[in-house]
Design a protein around this ligand. Structure first.
Ligand SMILES: [Zn+2]
Length: 277
């Protein structure tokens, strides 16, 4: 099947593309959509899961390889690593590293994202929630600058880094987890005395209020592919292994998105990021 649909998706770290939106990527890849995944950092500051041979010194290299394997499983053939350093969780020493993504000049990152949009000409641009899911500084920065790049790429007065022409994408989406689902997962973790700090978060502030979700993708067909992709991120604790299979299956049967541009004002929900294109 040939398709002229194009999707560009921007994430903070290797694994965000799979743990967050993996089934969406698998679905559109299988439908012949041209997908480019952009990853801002190497995830060097992440925790290392038990059983992984990675060390703090090798983690960036290991995660780069894991990202390529995971994208291969999802069927994504085009990927770009921006090469910034993981900025670490808010309030940690890693925040101050000169190569950290959050310390890169905004104009530099914006310029690179605009150039990627102009090169790949996606109708749909996707990124992480502006709140960053759980507030990771790299997620927030990736989301903010992708939003800015979405609005800038079509402006012919904005500098060109290459010979590409300006390009105005049609739609911008944020990947989210609905609050109702997260509360259910947290309750399970609490009831089972899970030691994860996640279980202690306030259920009224996690995820995205359900009524803000504009787009629900049916992706249950891609469940095994998603889990297989998640396994490639061996150095990272998969969120799917913390829940019983039944809850994991439910969690991975749908992916949830908020349409930021053009803004969604409620009403009938979408079932496809490319609806209307
Ligand atoms: Zn991340």
């Amino acid at each position: 099947m040939t398709s002229h649909k194009r999707l560009l998706a921007v994430f903070g770290h290797p694994d965000d593309e799979t743990f967050g939106a993996g089934s969406t990527l698998a679905r559109y890849a299988s439908e012949g959509v041209d997908i480019t995944v952009v990853t801002a950092t190497g995830g060097e500051a992440g925790e290392i899961a038990p059983g992984s041979n990675a060390t703090p010194q090798t983690l960036g290299t290991v995660r780069e390889a894991e990202l390529r394997w995971a994208l291969g499983v999802l069927g994504v053939r085009s990927s770009v690593l921006l090469g910034y350093r993981d900025s670490g969780m808010a309030g940690t020493e890693d925040n101050r590293h000169p190569s950290a993504f959050i310390n890169a000049p905004v104009s530099e990152v914006l310029g690179r994202l605009v150039a990627l949009i102009r090169k790949h000409r996606p109708q749909v641009v996707a990124t992480m929630d502006l709140g960053g899911g759980y507030g990771h500084p790299d997620h927030i920065r990736a989301s903010e600058l992708t939003t800015q790049a979405f609005k800038t790429a079509g402006d012919p007065s904005y500098p060109f880094l290459s010979g590409d022409e300006s390009w105005t994408p049609s739609k911008l989406y944020y990947h989210v987890f609905p609050r109702s689902r997260m509360v259910k997962w947290f309750n399970y973790l609490k009831e089972n005395n899970h030691s994860s700090e996640i279980a202690n978060l306030n259920p009224n502030t996690v995820g995205t209020p359900d009524e803000e979700i504009s787009t629900v993708l049916e992706v249950s067909t891609y469940l095994d592919q998603r889990l297989h992709a998640a396994e490639q991120h061996r150095s990272q604790q998969s969120p799917f292994t913390m829940l019983p299979r039944e809850l994991t299956n439910e969690a991975l049967s749908k992916d949830f998105w908020v349409r930021a541009e053009p803004p969604w004002h409620g009403g009938e929900m979408e079932t496809d990021l490319f609806e209307g294109i």
